[in-house]
Design a protein around this ligand. Structure first.
Ligand SMILES: *Cc1c(COP(=O)(O)O)cnc(C)c1O
Length: 404
């Protein structure tokens, strides 16, 4: 009755053997810097950019040091100026408002809906009130807004969209890859994302000037012609002199371990989604628990799972979190007063002027989140769902916690 789960929620899979071999090859030749190439050689980093551009269908790709760096570079390269207001989701992860602040800009938060995507009525209001020219749209935890409707609102108001695709690598809206709706998109290859190089980021765009600026920002010196998925050389004529070098390059070692992972990303996405669906079916019809509805036009890639306990007061949510933890199931609560681990909330980013977001606060106060690493089997997912179901139902009915 009171089974425990013993898996580790932060243990990712080992890297594939080809990735390990590729890393060893780079270490043996020693040319780890992306611009350190022998005659005619295409560096691992440049090859990764070419392959990632092809994967997304973008014209250009730039590999950088982190997802957060990619977001800042995209915003600056798109022309955002210091002190400018930039719209973003009120429900996102710290690197997103951090990237806006790093560009010298000020985040303006837009409310989220119970589907965990941007609220379009609030978006329209905030566009009007802020006069913002940019929206940094976070597809937080892999939930994609209706991109046709969102782009229509932004295009009508001449707001440019930069997509944060840290959780949507390989996902689609209405048949179009996530990251191909806005003027640029940013991805992370940090360990807990869909590709793992420890740290890393990728920026894609079809805009040659934006990419040339981002490339110079990333610390390209005058070696930008060693890119193969970069903007054409003539684009750099003035940009190479007008853009500061804010070094944030990716190196060949990380690119080498990413390329074999990218080649099998499709398979991995299937495996994540199978785990997601297993948890989802295990949590159907649980009293007090609300699942996130997934629109038909959305092709998601879910490496985590979210659900709502909309009517639970904070002490009841805490009780669910506490008893699940005792049974080995790590739930993250987005409604806690204090930021913990990777989880924080808009009001804990105190460098941003305080904003009233009652709808987001209400939703986050009942939002729970769990990771689904591929080291979990489908049977593990069944057990995790069983434990959550039992604990939610128990707390919902007001029954005492099991002893021992
Ligand atoms: C991880 C993440 C990023 C980027 O993170 P880095 O650690 O800088 O690579 C951006 N947005 C979201 C929503 C994320 O989860």
């Amino acid at each position: 009755m009171h089974e425990k789960f013993t898996g580790n929620f932060t243990q990712q899979q080992p890297l594939p053997e080809e990735a390990i071999e590729a890393a060893v090859r780079v270490m043996r030749h020693g040319r780890l810097h992306r611009y350190n190439v022998v005659d005619g050689e295409i560096a691992e980093t440049a090859a990764l950019e070419l392959e990632f551009a092809a994967f997304t269908g973008a014209k250009y790709c730039l590999a950088v040091a982190s997802g957060g760096y990619a977001l800042t570079a995209a915003l600056k390269a798109a022309g955002a100026k210091p002190d400018e207001k930039v719209l973003t989701n009120a429900f996102t992860l710290a690197p997103v408002p951090g990237a806006i602040a790093n560009a010298g800009c000020e985040p303006v938060f837009v409310e989220v809906t119970e589907q965990l995507v941007m609220d379009f009525d609030d978006l329209a209001l905030k566009i009007e009130a802020s006069g913002a020219r940019f929206l940094m749209l976070s597809h937080m935890r892999g939930h994609i807004a209706d991109m046709d409707a969102l782009m229509a609102i932004c295009e009508a108001a001449e707001v440019k969209v930069i997509e944060d695709c840290a959780h949507t690598m390989g996902a689609e809206w209405n048949g179009i890859s996530s990251g191909r709706h806005g003027i640029a998109a940013c991805y992370s290859t940090q360990t807990f994302k869909h590709l793992n190089s420890g740290e890393g980021g990728l920026l894609i765009s079809d805009d040659a000037e934006l990419m040339a600026r981002a490339t110079m920002l990333s610390g390209s010196y005058m070696l930008y012609d060693r890119h193969v998925a970069g903007a054409p050389a003539e684009t750099f004529a003035d940009i190479r002199l007008d853009t500061p070098n804010c070094s944030g390059r990716m190196d060949n070692l990380r690119a080498a371990i990413l390329r074999p992972q990218l080649a099998r990303l499709g398979e991995q996405c299937e495996a994540w989604n199978a785990r997601y669906r297993r948890i989802e079916s295990g949590l159907c019809n649980v009293s007090g628990l609300k699942l996130i509805n997934r629109p038909e036009k959305e092709a998601y890639v879910m490496s985590s799972f979210q659900f709502l306990l909309p009517d639970f007061p904070p002490n009841a949510v805490l009780e669910v979190v506490g008893t699940c933890e005792k049974r080995g199931v790590e739930l993250k609560w987005f409604g806690a007063d204090q930021p913990t681990g990777f989880t924080s909330r808009h009001d804990s980013w105190r460098y941003v002027p305080r904003q009233q977001l009652p709808q987001t606060d209400r939703i986050l106060s009942g939002l729970l989140d769990l990771r689904l690493p591929l080291t979990f089997s489908l049977e593990d997912c069944d057990l995790i769902a069983t434990i959550i179901r039992q604990e939610v139902e128990r707390v919902f009915q007001g029954d005492p916690a099991p002893q021992g």
